[in-house]
Ligand binder design. Sequence first.
Ligand code: ADP
Ligand code: MG
Length: 726
Amino acid sequence: MSVNRIDLVRSSFEKKALQSEALDKKVSEIFGELVFDRAKMRQYLDPKTFSRLLDCIDNGKPLDRKTADEVAGGMKEWALEHKVTHVTHWFQPLTDGTAEKHETLIDYNGKGGVIERFDGSSLVQQEPDASSFPSGGIRATFEARGYTAWDPTSPVFIQEDTLCIPTIFVSYTGEALDYKTPLKRALKAVCEAALPICKLFDPNVTKVYSYLGWEQEYFLVDEALYASRTDLMITGRTLMGHMSSKNQQLDDHYFGAIPSRVAAFMRDLEIAAFRLGIPVKTRHNEAAPNQFELAPIYGEANLANDQNQILMNLMETIARKHSFVVLLHEKPFEGINGSGKHNNWSLGTDTGVGLLGPGKDARGNLQFMIFLVNSLVAVQKHNALLKASIVSAGNEHRLGGNEAPPAIVSAFMGRTMTEVLRKLLELPSGTPVEIAGKKGKGVGLVEIPEILLDNTDRNRTSPFAFTGNRFEFRAVGSSANCAGALTVLNAAVADQLREYKKALDAELSAGKEFDVAVMDSLKPLIASVIDVVCFDGNGYTEEWVREATRRGLDTRTCVPELIASYASEQSVEMFSRTGVFSARELQARNEVKWDTYSNKIKIESLVMARMAINHIIPAALEYKSRLLKGMKYNLDVFGNLEGCTSERILVEEISALVEDIRLKVDAMQTARNEARSATDSYRRAMVYSSIAASLRELRKPLDRLEELVDNRIWPLPKYRELLFIS
Ligand code: ADP
Ligand code: MG
């Protein structure tokens, strides 16, 4: 028996907020209790093992077998106290999300019984029979040998009954098959490139970290309504649906009161996050109805990204407990804001100096200028590549869609910093410059105000905005693995810093004073970016697209084409200089990306066609026949069709729409056949890119029918129901 939509809606409305978990301890007491962090290492390992492990974590020293066994022993003891029964290597393959293969800890004890066993070799390496993870031809499927290897810089954690070991995932021949491996390479590259520069300012610096603070946006929908929307269930977004008469025009949702059922979900999510050491800090409603955001305190990029991956999993399971489904898709609903994941990015030294914020004094400001300007140069040079790092079938809907970031990667600097940069350019070369800041006010010719943080105006239309002590890369999609964007960003900046260091060295060896040498090597860079990649205007306008084209910025939006920029000569060289990707890896990963894109659109196209034929057309025809019956009665009773004008117009429009749908579904089928005969992944993805456009066309008659057909027989929950029930 099929459930009536109206009944579904009624029952969803009646759902009360579940009580969230009662917490009888302070957050600081539960924070990180499910993570094998440094405090636990100290507690469960002997001092020698502890210090060897720290040497491995902090200085990249290899871990010998004996130490690995001892570390595993300590972890096992801790895990058993938490009633753990299974262990898994936890990794981030090129599909969405994370992968795990659980094994129990038991082994025969040789005396007819079993014991819990977990040793160094199972900690350090595992072969997860990974033939089904995408590898873009690097690892032939029959070979099926991918290895996962422990990433000791990311702590082991417990989820439910399982000890999770964060690992990298590489092929038999050492090629990266995941997101984590290249991110770690890029973080190493940026550290190595930044370090010699930082040492010129402070010889005590021994390490440069890249930081990430992500802001995760998401939607919640009621579980029962979700289950009756095939499109949401299978593709993560609504493929049809007319905008509700009230959407976000009123902007009454943003920072409004959080509905109680949602608040209970958020609280449970936060408690779970705290236990896993994820420092979630803010929660609030977002611009669209039923859209929310959550952000942690920023941290070292590799760890922060792992935490984002863990959190996305937590969101899905905890939402279910509250009879919600969380939507991480970038564009679940047409006509209202989609979801993104701002990546707040900065660099900092192990001496605690933030390199993308004003310094304590003139010297600190000079260092800040180096990192700021070189970041801008990197964003300009690798403009298409940075965009490629955030594109996907889901995020394609946001690009150029007059919401969130535009499809042109420009950098917003704000009035204050733009003025500082312009002033620096005007100074005659060879003059020592003092960029006054917090101390030594007034002596410098150029001044950075102390309160830069509050000074940065908020330009929400910029995809890459300077916000006082960091850049906010806002174009990243809500479902994305942040590592995709951060690998490219850190690698590009690393490469640029290396080049800059050479230029600086040349100035210094020409005998220039330090400050003069820095400025003389920076000025040509400032001049090259200030009127090109730097743009403070409205990124949503048509003029900007024209202006950006004139400036030589990348304005393309076609996803498969953009993906190809990973394999451009310039990208291949940059990645090989920084040691982040080999040419072979780039080619293989592009194939995976193209195939993923094609598969997503293919599934959307199949689901949409079936829904059109099985759900929408039958409802439309049922309504049409009801109208026709009415007209026939009219004829029987009155002997004419006078007074049936509305019915006639409706019937005609419905017939035309049904016919339009049928033709469009057929055309899509033909296009899919064409895609099937495409000779390679790129060509296939290009065909699917045009199918993506035809999905938008097919949607129009479907949405028009939703407006015409009797509400009581419309088979799918509507936007107003999906978006306003919580
Ligand atoms: P908004 O919503 O105004 O953009 P939030 O404070 O909600 O700002 O989020 C900003 C994110 O940026 C947080 O995760 C925060 O920890 C992070 N962040 C702050 N300073 C830095 C920094 N120097 N480097 C990286 N991330 C940072
Ligand atoms: Mg932000």
